[in-house]
Design a binder for this molecule. Structure first.
Ligand code: SF4
Length: 245
């Protein structure tokens, strides 16, 4: 149990040279263990059959729900199933197909640009290395980490809005910048757990720890969460003793 873990304020230096507080390390380990019990082996909710399709779907998911993206991709992939086909697509036609995901002009331009780069610079194969992925139009570290962890089974911890919010609420980081959050979280977990931790935290954010109305009363992390709105959570953070009369 978390409560029996020895807690000290010692700073440990992990393999990457990042300093991590022992108390936070203990909490992160307990959080991962509980999330594994609650959510088992999570899967990426974006429908895809290969790396190119997941990359396209992830580009479309910016500022859009996975459910909406999954409504759009069947028609998109029926017409442009491969990087080869997408690379020669008429951008206006792609715009039509992805319009309902928002920011459709930019997304269509990025999809076609990404496919052209994949064809011209990577022999038609979506690359797996971070430094290659982030050179593709519309691809940042978050998208690259989705690809790496979901398709290539490589270490990658995507930090989206849920992962950032929950990591701060759970006291794992104070950083607001997603890249800084990613590096801090990377330092806490075994690389093989990076992708799964992100997927489980996203599920917890969607189902329990809502941005506006977190359901702390039913949250299985409430007793170890510094932001819990439950009485025991508050007591844990700011214990108060009554003055004797
Ligand atoms: S206790 Fe509340 S704030 Fe903390 S993770 Fe659970 S729902 Fe979110």
């Amino acid at each position: 149990m978390f409560g029996t873990v020895a807690v000290s304020k010692k700073q440990l230096t992990n393999k990457s040279g990042v300093k991590v507080n022992q108390k936070i390390l203990d909490r992160s380990s307990e959080i991962l263990s509980r999330l594994k019990n609650i959510y088992g082996a999570p899967i990426c909710e974006l429908t895809h059959e290969n790396a190119f399709q997941l990359l396209s779907a992830t580009i479309l998911s910016a500022q859009c729900t996975d459910a909406r993206v999954n409504m759009v991709t069947p028609a998109l992939f029926a017409e442009f199933p491969t990087a080869q086909k997408m690379a020669v697509a008429d951008v206006a036609r792609v715009e039509e197909l992805v319009r309902s995901t928002g920011f459709y002009a930019t997304k269509a331009k990025n999809l076609v640009g990404m496919a052209r780069n994949v064809m011209e610079r990577f022999n038609g194969e979506v690359p797996s290395e971070m430094e290659d992925l982030v050179t593709l139009p519309g691809v940042g570290r978050k998208t690259a980490n989705v690809l790496r962890s979901v398709v290539f089974d490589l270490p990658g911890l995507p930090v989206d809005t849920h992962v950032g919010r929950l990591s701060r609420r759970l006291g794992l980081t104070k950083e607001e910048d997603p890249v800084k959050v990613e590096y801090e979280l990377n330092a806490m977990f075994d690389p093989k757990d990076w992708g799964g931790f992100s997927l489980r935290l996203i599920l917890h954010g969607r189902r329990v720890c809502d941005a506006k109305k977190p359901k702390c009363d039913v949250c299985e992390l409430a007793d170890i969460c510094p932001s819990s709105e439950m009485p025991y959570g508050k007591l844990k953070v700011a214990p108060k003793t009554k003055k004797a009369k």
